[in-house]
Design a protein around this ligand. Structure first.
Ligand code: MG
Ligand code: MG
Length: 253
């Protein structure tokens, strides 16, 4: 499963330098599909539940499940790229919200806090904890900044299927839900809105946008519970490397 997660991580790393004003989602989608197939994988989302593309690509007020289009990105946009692969029969599922050129200070903060909430949630994936301990920690951190935590979409177990039990909400009550045990792999994926937590689905049947059309961010890691502790199977390091940024995420290895 680490190999599957790493293939998605490398795919997002490849896309990182392509995300700039004027680029299009369809261009990224083609690059991603080619890279995944060249590396022996199969795009994990394409055809699943009828989704048409390799990437879910969600701009600005779009939370998740956006369909790549030929609309060019503009300076100041944010683009959430969610990608799945199947490799050796196992899924990887990993997401990052990218800045297009210079974004506003408010938006940068939303991205920072959402990424922080991801790692704060991962830290709760420990032997003896319960699944809602993860969401409780994510919710506390996001709401302490006045942000909305999406309720309708959740993280999930990951393995031979993309969406396995248990569901991993990004909110919840401490000490409730399934007991976490060694061998479990979860896709932990906070979806955090700058305004209301409410979302609506667009008429295309896929795109989920915020109720107030304020921006939304999404970061996702694949995490295994090994010897009672979280081990992050995916990595943002390929993205940081491509963008010349320092690798400063907390280590859970
Ligand atoms: Mg995903
Ligand atoms: Mg997922």
């Amino acid at each position: 499963m680490r190999e599957s997660a790493q293939l998605v991580s490398k795919t997002l790393g490849l896309l990182a330098t392509e995300i700039k004003p004027g680029a299009t989602g369809l261009h990224l989608d083609r690059l991603a599909e080619e890279f995944i197939r060249d590396n022996g994988g199969i795009p994990g989302f394409k055809g699943l539940y009828g989704f048409p593309n390799t990437l879910c690509l969600s701009l600005n007020e779009m939370v998740v499940h956006g369909i790549p289009s030929d609309r060019p990105f503009a300076e100041g946009d944010i683009v959430s790229v969610d990608c799945g692969v199947v490799l050796n029969g196992f899924y990887g599922d990993h997401a990052y919200t990218f800045e297009v050129g210079e974004v506003s200070e408010d938006t940068r903060k939303l991205l920072r806090v959402t990424k922080e909430s991801l790692y704060i949630g991962i830290d709760k994936m420990r032997q003896g904890n319960r699944v809602n301990d993860i969401g409780n920690a994510i919710q506390k951190h996001a709401e302490s900044h006045g942000y909305g935590v999406v309720r309708e979409l959740v993280g999930h177990g990951l393995g031979r299927e993309l969406h396995e039990e248990p569901q991993v909400p990004n909110y919840g009550k401490r000490g409730t839900g399934k007991l976490l045990q060694d061998g479990l792999v979860l896709a932990i994926e906070p979806m955090i809105n700058r305004g209301t937590h409410r979302v609506v689905q667009l008429k295309d049947g896929w795109s989920i946008v915020t109720g107030d059309r304020k921006p939304s961010a999404h970061f996702e890691h694949d995490v295994a519970l090994v010897d009672g502790r979280p081990v992050v199977l995916s990595t943002f390091d390929y993205i940081y490397e491509a963008m010349g940024l320092p690798k400063n995420d907390p280590l859970f290895a």
